[in-house]
Design a protein around this ligand. Structure first.
Ligand code: SF4
Length: 498
């Protein structure tokens, strides 16, 4: 166990803001993010829940993450369980293991984590001597059914307004010793169908009451140089493929005062602020907060900007914050397909945005496109290549003479139908079609200088499609993924052999 303990101690010593509490007389909760430390610590849900639990004097909450693949082999070889970061205790020592799950594909990591901890993954096989297992997060709120056989309780929606009730009831639930059947709490449920459809998720009423920001600073994440701030929840746009507006309905935005308070609290630690929210430019306080950040001598980085709202004023602000590259969600290249998915702006507007960015020295753009969209044809795939070349050329022409190179990077993602969206019942395109589309794009663009293509693993999108809409029977699929691998599990599922 020693090398694993040492690693957790090293991580802890590099952090600022971690909370190490005495366990005496408290309910212990292991907050588990089912992916690696660098990914988990970039997720504001982890920071938020960690603080909410630890703010209670009767609760001690510590974090744990999925080891990377090399470390997993070492854990297995040495029979070392996963240990918490704060006090390096095995997860089986905790009263409760609380999974925060943001992405459907992280369902695949739950059984491996429990297996490394020698905790049976099916709730029916655990006894009252095992920790209670609970889950929350976007992924279970979108569709909890694939994991209902695993968790004792699943929390649907946003936790802030419920935390008092949860904190008050948790100790008696865990220490009652009367077995799992009696462990009930009104804020939890074990749903049998989509919480989005039935409106059974919890919603935090006033976000200004609850700051959502970086709590623990660590250099070991992609955003390690930033203080992250959530600007709001939801999106006013309602694109037909996107679950975000439904997941966070009603749309709520934090006030300037609440955002500024978070900026001031982060300033002693970081001079760069990551603004996290959908369609940030539609936030009524966007320009005010960005100007305030600049006046404080700091800079900002936006999580997402809608391409049709980018003009010279926005490009100038981005350049002032030191941006040399930016990501844009274009999704579809032909005007008719883009309109049909709810992105109602013409290609001409995308080119204007690219020119504005280039004029201010932002000459590297990452374009996000989806393939396999409902109604898509071969012409729409060809249009991705054509539009990308036009954007590359527009950037090249508008770039200041001092800029030596320009770059367009395409990230190609298969469309996955999500519950509650307009395209909920649309078909997932299938592996052969998607492979063909990627091959076409590589052929059309592969040798174009200044353009790069990255395509998401199709197997990963297939798993997402299965888990986003599947039911309780998918526990067999998750087990097969663990015993073999996702591709074999998908093949078995398609053969109806599980
Ligand atoms: S794709 Fe982006 S702009 Fe469209 S609804 Fe989703 S979050 Fe909003």
């Amino acid at each position: 166990m020693w090398p694993v303990k040492e690693k957790q101690r090293r991580i802890l010593s590099g952090e600022k803001g971690a909370i190490v509490k005495d366990w005496g007389g408290k309910t212990s909760i292991a907050l588990v993010y089912p992916n690696t430390y660098d990914i988990g610590m970039s997720n504001l849900a982890v920071h938020t829940i960690y603080k909410l639990f630890n703010d209670h004097k009767n609760i001690v909450c510590e974090r744990a993450f999925l080891p990377n693949s090399r470390e997993i082999a070492e854990h297995q070889r040495t029979k070392t369980p996963i240990l918490s970061i704060e006090t390096q205790r095995p997860l089986s020592d905790f009263d409760i293991i609380a999974f925060s799950i943001s992405f459907q594909n992280d369902f695949l990591n739950i059984i491996p984590i429990l297996s490394l901890c020698s905790i049976p993954h099916r709730k029916s096989e655990r006894t009252k001597d095992h920790p209670m297992l609970i889950a929350g997060g976007c992924a279970v709120t979108i569709n909890p059914r694939p994991v209902t056989e695993i968790f004792d309780f699943i929390f649907l929606g946003e936790v802030e307004d419920e935390i008092e009730e949860i904190a008050a009831k948790i100790p008696s639930l865990c220490k009652g010793g009367s077995g799992r059947v009696d462990r009930e709490i009104s804020a939890f449920s074990t749903p049998s169908d989509s919480p989005l459809q039935r409106g059974r998720r919890f919603v935090t009423e006033d976000l200004d009451d609850w700051p959502t920001q970086t709590v623990i600073y660590t250099p070991h994440t992609e955003f390690g140089n930033m203080h992250l701030i959530e600007t709001g929840r939801g999106c006013p746009r309602k694109c037909k493929f996107c679950v975000t507006p439904h997941l966070y309905e009603p749309l709520r935005m934090r006030s300037f005062d609440a955002l500024f308070k978070m900026v001031k609290s982060g300033l002693p630690n970081r001079k760069r602020f990551g603004l996290i929210g959908s369609d940030l430019l539609s936030h009524k306080a966007f320009f005010e907060i960005v100007n305030a950040i600049h006046e404080l001598g700091a800079t900002f980085s936006p999580s997402s900007l809608c391409v049709d709202e980018i003009d010279d004023e926005v490009a100038k602000l981005l350049a002032k914050s030191g941006h040399k590259s930016i990501s844009l969600g274009v999704e579809a290249a032909s005007d008719h397909l883009r309109t049909s998915i709810g992105k109602k702006f013409p290609s001409k507007r995308i080119l204007e945005a690219a020119e504005s960015l280039a004029r201010h020295g932002i000459c590297s753009v990452r374009l996000y496109f989806m393939i396999g969209l409902p109604g898509e044809t071969g012409d729409d795939i060809n249009a991705i290549a054509e539009l990308s070349k036009k954007i590359q050329s527009a950037i090249h022409k508008a770039a200041p003479k001092s800029v030596r190179s320009t770059k367009v990077t395409l990230t190609i993602t298969p469309f996955v139908p999500k519950p509650m969206t307009t395209f909920e019942d649309a078909e997932f395109a299938g592996e052969d079609y998607l492979k063909g589309a990627i091959k076409t794009l590589k052929k059309l663009l592969g040798k174009t200088s200044g353009i790069e293509i990255h395509a998401e693993q199709i197997v990963s999108s297939m798993c997402d499609a299965i888990l986003s809409k599947g039911d309780e029977k998918l526990i067999g699929f998750l087990e097969k993924c663990f015993e073999t691998n996702p591709r074999t599990a998908i093949e078995r599922l398609l053969q109806n052999n599980m």
